[in-house]
Ligand binder design. Structure first.
Ligand SMILES: NC(=O)c1ccc[n+]([C@@H]2O[C@H](COP(=O)([O-])OP(=O)(O)OC[C@H]3O[C@@H](n4cnc5c(N)ncnc54)[C@H](O)[C@@H]3O)[C@@H](O)[C@H]2O)c1
Length: 270
């Protein structure tokens, strides 16, 4: 075998041709990066979001399909996963990316019941609904599958507040429980845990070490400190999360299930 053949064989490990992926919350930010990277690796991608126009724009860019989906609506989730298989032929990869965090931080006495329930309905209920619907389809297909749940460095190292940090810890444990349950069906379930990733398209990330400004709030100041000292020295880019998603969606990670994979510029070493 020539070395070129070896390279072809190695590249085949990331080849997602013939696979269908559904990415929730894919209209912008990390979800857009993941949808783009999966499409670049050959997958046919269904981009869903509450923002249909945004999802359609991403789908047009990457040659995928788009649909409106609010992951908190369980009937709509069931319908969306079925529609993905009907439109694109199967459902092999689910990326539970939709999540909210801005405006839910605290302090704790200012977090209303409504804020708590709204965040958990997207970040936890939504992940559960999508996992349940996709696992049902993947088990029936009988060809294995991949489920990638977006956790966070906040899963293990708090910083955004009790509402968000708790929700991302739940996602990581749901991931492990489902990995164990679905392993006999060759459905690998893993959590991808981004560190600070710049999602404000059009505005470049602030100069490292100068932001964010400390406010005296212990939670946000911990985050500010760490961003300023981030070992790899720059904000993450959505495509860096996308590349890790390709790893978790492809043959590269065939023997990997139930893990929590930080993609965080070294955040968790601090
Ligand atoms: N950006 C970061 O630094 C970072 C770090 C750790 C984890 N994460 C996680 O990564 C994921 C994506 O984060 P992001 O920064 O790209 O967010 P973002 O706000 O840039 O994008 C989130 C997308 O999800 C969509 N969305 C929101 N609620 C929805 C719902 N109910 N149903 C369907 N779609 C919905 C939004 O319309 C938006 O397009 C989230 O789960 C977040 O918690 C982000």
């Amino acid at each position: 075998m020539t070395s070129n053949n070896n390279l072809d064989n190695a590249l085949a490990w990331i080849n997602l041709s013939g696979k269908v992926a559904h990415v929730t919350g894919g209209a912008k930010g990390i979800g857009k990066g993941i949808a783009t990277a999966l499409a670049m690796a050959g997958a046919r991608v269904m981009v869903s979001d509450v923002n249909l126009e945004g999802a359609q724009a991403v789908a047009a860019e990457i040659g995928g399909a788009a649909m409106a989906l609010d992951v908190t609506d369980r009937a709509a989730v069931d319908e969306a996963m079925t529609q993905t298989t009907e439109e694109l032929g199967s459902l092999d990869i689910l990326v539970n990316n939709a999540g909210v965090y801005i405006g839910y931080g605290g302090p704790v006495e200012q977090i209303t019941d409504d804020m708590w329930k709204t965040l958990w309905s997207v970040n936890v209920d939504g992940v559960f609904y999508c996992c349940r619907a996709a696992a049902t389809i993947m088990k029936a297909q009988g060809t294995g599958g991949r489920i990638i749940n977006l956790a966070s460095t906040q899963t293990v190292s708090p910083g955004v507040g009790v509402t968000y940090d708790g929700s991302k810890a739940a996602v990581a444990q749901m991931t492990k429980a489902l990995a164990l349950e679905l392993a006999p069906h060759q459905i690998n379930v893993n959590a991808l845990a981004p560190g600070p990733t710049w999602v404000n398209e059009g505005n470049p990330p602030p100069v490292d070490g100068q932001t964010p400004v400390k406010t005296g709030d212990p939670l946000s100041d911990t985050v500010a400190d760490r961003i300023a000292r981030l070992p790899l020295g720059h904000w993450g880019d959505p495509m860096e999360q996308g590349k890790a998603a390709v790893f978790l969606a492809s043959d590269m990670s065939a023997f990997v299930t139930g893990i929590y994979l930080p993609v965080d510029g070294g955040w968790l070493t601090l």
